[in-house]
Design a protein around this ligand. Structure first.
Ligand SMILES: [Zn+2]
Length: 286
């Protein structure tokens, strides 16, 4: 009895520490000192992400380097990625863009939800799969230049550190920390129905919904090409995109750490880790 109590106390203390770290990292990456992480002016955010990957102990993806420099639209950017070797050579690429809108009219666009939230989730995903070796090899990439046209994701795919033909799935995270109805979407199963059943019935206090991909979703309500997963989809690589509905702070200076839903974010990251675990254990993803 006492042992069980101590074990539960230990486990809850451990997850409490993990949740606190997650929120702390989000607060840092969305702080004013990061100046909105605008493409071409986000060196400080890059350094922070590299430091987290180093601390976690994930192997660098590019010949001993975490950074993959590129040029796009007359500016210099960097993707930042690590690799976790699985039992298979088939690859799952997990992406989240870390760039945001920078500063405009002397206002900082902090981009806490868009997309410090997805970027910080990568750290927890990396930690999880370093402790629990995945079946698939995982490339975990914080990509640059999404807000100006997915230049980073496109460069990553065209200059991939392993064989592109071995990629069986892209999991893209973009805006996962802000929803008042406790709803998170998994978009993409309309095109890749084999991905749906692993994502059904995941235990969580928040709701995982499907949609925003079929042709019946019109205009901005159709997310098929809304973020970096579009680069993979265009090459017929299956994708799942996790994200929330647009909100009042979307692409505004008010997308700050104070305006996210902290509990929702913690639950969303837990759910996404479980989802990737289930996908990793699925045969024939492609
Ligand atoms: Zn975004």
């Amino acid at each position: 009895m006492r042992f069980t109590f101590l074990l539960l106390l230990f486990l809850s203390t451990q997850s409490y520490a993990q949740d606190n770290l997650l929120l702390h990292q989000l607060e840092v990456l969305a702080a004013d000192s990061m100046m909105g992480r605008g493409y071409g002016a986000n060196d400080k955010a890059q350094a922070y992400i590299v430091q987290q990957f180093e601390d976690i102990g994930i192997s660098p993806a590019f010949d001993g380097e975490y950074k993959q420099p590129f040029e796009y639209k007359d500016k210099a950017g960097n993707n930042i990625a690590g690799i976790i070797e699985g039992k298979l050579k088939d690859i799952i690429v997990i992406t989240a863009h870390f760039d945001h809108l920078g500063e405009k009219d002397s206002k900082i666009y902090n981009g806490a939800d868009d997309n410090a939230s997805g970027t910080v989730a990568l750290f927890q995903i990396a930690s999880h799969f370093l402790e629990n070796q995945p079946k698939h090899t995982m490339v975990i990439a914080a990509v640059d230049a999404e807000e100006v046209g997915s230049g980073g994701a496109e460069y990553l795919l065209n200059n991939f550190p392993l064989s592109v033909d071995d990629i069986v799935l892209n999991v893209n995270l973009d805006m996962i920390a802000h929803n008042d109805n406790r709803e998170l979407y998994a978009c993409g199963t309309y095109f890749y129905p084999q991905l749906k059943s692993p994502l059904e019935n995941i235990k969580s206090d928040i709701e995982l919904k499907f949609g925003h991909d079929a042709p019946s979703y019109k205009g901005a309500d159709n997310w098929t090409y809304a973020s970096d997963h579009r680069v993979f989809h265009r090459k017929e690589i299956p994708f799942v995109y996790f994200g929330v509905e647009d909100h009042n702070d979307y692409h505004k200076p008010s997308d700050t750490f104070d305006n996210i839903n902290q509990k929702f974010y913690i639950k969303a990251v837990d759910l996404i880790v479980d989802a990737i675990d289930k996908l990793d254990n699925t045969e024939d993803l492609k």
